[in-house]
Design a protein around this ligand. Structure first.
Ligand code: SF4
Length: 451
């Protein structure tokens, strides 16, 4: 909408076409919701405009995951109201409609996440759709907010777990898997439109199909079970990179590793482990067998030696003792994960963990966070240093003004991992695969040259 908004869609405005402004905040899952709404708006003939002044109304897709995201979302709503006045709120914060209305009683409508129909109903009520919808304007792959060569593919919504630090199930509800035929059709459309990398997302990717009892669906007339391994195998036939995110550590994850070894899936697993102390894991209501996790990691590496394992952890969870934190550091040293994110526990309003005894004081949380990061930095750096001299395939994301190509390898998911900087890459094009030889390694990134 202006320089402070994260997403916008510049387009010339004709005086006959109703125009909608769009502000998209939050995680990749919210981004997919935004893409659906934008696709529907375009399909019905609305224009999506980049400034508040040109818009007849503004939709704000909000995030409510942590307190700072709530603040950012409330600020964005306030800005849209000041600048335009006609505002529809959707997304995770919208699930707490009372809180939003308390701040801003004059909103046109407030809906929760994943509420395409409710949002469109509100748009129709306040800004009737044009009589002659430009259906042809929406390409079959939809309107994408990501660069053209990669796209997020959301396979389900909601989550059946009740991790005590998380309020996502209360905002987004229990697991609802999309029919496998629909997911595969969307993936195929994206690939036909030029997408080179599909990033599979959901709140709980491993649970795909549990809610619909792994029902058999059809893709191009062929029966397929709504189950993660079947879905991953079918996606692997599309001839593009397929990367799995948010894979809860269920035993069925083991079945994916052979597909990675065969080259059908990228050898990359984003598997949030959250802690290593059995007591803390239990208090988090997460799988608590750390020995088993280490054994599984070893097995995965035997089957697929190139596998990159990314994980996230929480330090300073209520009641975490120094000894339990040490257990976590020892686990890190033994597990030698490639990519690791760490969060200091922060009490999100509505999370059941807030009621647990012995909250960890802020300075202790910070000190543990620093020690955690230092421990992992060494491991990650050693792992990256081990890649110098190797050749690898990368996907080019951008060409800089100075003529470097910025690319990613199989080990790098967009936005969250590192990059491969190709110093002689000026002639490459965005969205192209290239073969590079790695010449140097830093803390997060690699440098290389085309072979
Ligand atoms: S599995 Fe993920 S989304 Fe589900 S409750 Fe746990 S942290 Fe939240």
């Amino acid at each position: 909408m202006n320089s402070t908004t994260p997403e916008h869609h510049p387009q010339a405005r004709s005086s006959f076409t109703p125009a909608v402004g769009f502000v998209s905040l939050g995680c990749p899952k919210a981004l997919v919701d935004s893409e659906r709404i934008l696709t529907q708006l375009r399909a019905e003939g609305y224009q999506v405009v980049p400034t508040y002044q040109d818009a007849d109304l503004v939709i704000v897709n909000t995030c409510g995951f942590i307190d700072s995201a709530v603040e950012e979302s409330l600020d964005a709503i306030g800005e849209a109201l000041d600048e335009n006045g006609q505002v529809i709120v959707t997304g995770c914060l919208g699930a707490r409609a009372e809180q939003v209305r308390e701040h801003y009683p004059d909103l046109l409508a407030v809906t929760g996440p994943h509420a395409l129909e409710d949002v469109m109903r509100a748009v129709h009520r306040h800004l009737p759709k044009p009589h002659d919808p430009y259906v042809d304007l929406a390409p079959p792959q939809g309107v994408k907010l990501t660069p053209r060569h990669y796209a997020y593919l959301k396979i389900s919504e909601g989550c059946n777990h009740r991790c005590t630090f998380c309020i996502i199930p209360s905002m987004r509800g229990d697991l609802v898997s999309r029919p496998i035929g629909e997911v595969m059709q969307e993936a195929e459309n994206l690939v036909n439109a030029g997408v080179k990398e599909l990033l599979v997302i959901s709140q709980d990717t491993s649970a795909y199909g549990v809610d619909i009892k792994y029902r058999t669906g059809f893709w191009n007339g062929r029966p397929l079970k709504s189950q993660l391994t079947a879905l991953a195998g079918a996606l692997g036939e599309l001839g593009v990179w397929v990367r799995l995110h948010y894979v809860y550590p269920y035993p069925n994850v083991d079945d994916l590793i052979p597909l990675m070894a065969e080259g059908k899936l990228l050898p990359y697993l984003d598997i949030p482990l959250q802690h290593a102390s059995p007591r803390i894991l239990k208090a988090m209501r997460r799988p608590a067998n750390t020995e088993n996790t280490l054994a599984r990691l070893r097995r995965w590496r035997e089957i697929c030696p190139d596998i990159t394992v990314r994980s996230t952890f929480i330090v300073g969870f209520p009641g975490e003792t120094e000894e339990e934190f040490q257990q976590l550091l020892e686990f890190l040293e033994e597990a030698e994960l490639d990519r690791v994110g760490c969060f200091m526990y922060s009490p999100v309003a509505g999370a059941t963990a807030n009621a647990l005894a012995d909250p960890v004081p802020e300075p202790v949380k910070e000190e543990r966070y620093q020690r955690f990061m230092e421990c992992q930095a060494e491991i990650s750096m050693d792992k990256l240093a081990g890649k110098v001299g190797q050749s690898m395939t990368v996907l080019v994301d951008a060409i800089t003004a100075s003529g470097d190509a910025v690319a990613r390898s199989a080990a790098d998911a967009p936005e969250i991992d590192g990059t491969v900087i190709i110093e002689n890459g000026a002639d490459l094009t965005v969205g192209e695969f290239a073969e590079v030889r790695i010449t140097a390694a830093g803390e997060h990134d690699l440098w290389g040259e085309t072979c």
